[in-house]
Design a protein around this ligand. Structure first.
Ligand SMILES: [Zn+2]
Length: 266
């Protein structure tokens, strides 16, 4: 494989990383981070894994963090680590901040319904879906279960399906292949629908044959390679790719071309 782009990584300002990474590791029940959460740590890890570029997915866990998260993201949104912005259901002037995100050159936003406590049909989120659709901002959303939370979860394949049906024209990337640990229902509700699915935190939890089959049935043009680093080790994730048994063209679409088209690089 020539070029690999990782569409799902996490990085923080250095001072935040030192506090956030141990806290998040503990909350996840002891996941061992592949790097220290800093941009320097991430880029060194990418080099070792042979990953040419990556997309940072920040989460504003409080509405008061939205602007600083977006300002930091914009200041560091340059190759090889591009960045999404973030939004929060309790943020007061969503339309203005989403316009600023667009003007800063960020390709979209990352949202996490568990950390941010909202459902997809929450009326507070209506302006987010409308403005992101109108401005062409991509929405990358954590989907399904989460290791750091207990059920009931805020999203599942049925609710994601209803959401994308309610918002045609909104570009959605559902992380963790549509809904983490709900892949039997992803197969019936989301496969083949107009939604991007990323491969982050999936390998080893689903069989390689099942992953390959779902990728092909969904359409390789709507699947993105992603790792969720540092919570998965990019080097190990990359070595899993050949085992899927996809063709070189299919892998190139998943690992590079789709992200390049969506995010406007390469
Ligand atoms: Zn993640």
């Amino acid at each position: 494989m020539d070029r690999i782009f990782d569409c799902h990584v996490h990085t923080f300002p250095d001072t935040v990383a030192a506090k956030a990474i141990p806290l998040l590791a503990e909350r996840s029940g002891g996941l061992v981070p592949a790097y220290d959460g800093t941009l320097a740590g991430l880029t060194a890890t990418m080099r070792e894994a042979g990953i040419a570029g990556a997309l940072n997915c920040p989460i504003a866990t409080k509405s008061t963090q939205v602007e600083s998260v977006n300002t930091w993201a914009a200041a560091h949104n340059r190759w090889p680590v591009l960045s999404l912005g973030s939004m929060h259901p309790a943020y007061p002037d969503m339309e203005r901040e989403l316009s600023r995100i667009r003007d800063l050159g960020l390709p979209g936003i990352k949202l996490h319904p568990e950390y941010q406590e909202f459902t997809l049909d929450d009326p507070r989120m209506t302006p987010v879906w409308r403005v992101c659709r109108d401005l062409g901002l991509v929405v990358l959303i954590h989907a399904g279960a989460d290791i750091a939370f207990s059920p009931p979860y805020h999203t599942d394949p049925e609710r994601i399906r209803a959401w994308i049906e309610a918002w045609p024209g909104l570009t959605v990337i559902a992380a963790h292949f549509g809904s983490w640990k709900m892949w039997d229902r992803v197969a019936t509700e989301l496969i083949g629908r107009p939604i991007y699915l990323d491969l982050s935190f999936l390998f080893g939890l689903c069989s390689d044959t099942a992953i390959k089959d779902m990728i092909r049935r969904h359409g390789v043009e709507r699947v993105l390679f992603g790792t969720d680093a540092p919570w998965r080790d990019p080097e190990k994730e990359v070595t899993r790719l050949p085992a899927l048994g996809l063709t070189p063209d299919e892998l190139e679409a998943i690992c590079w071309k789709n992200a390049a088209r969506l995010l406007g690089f390469g």
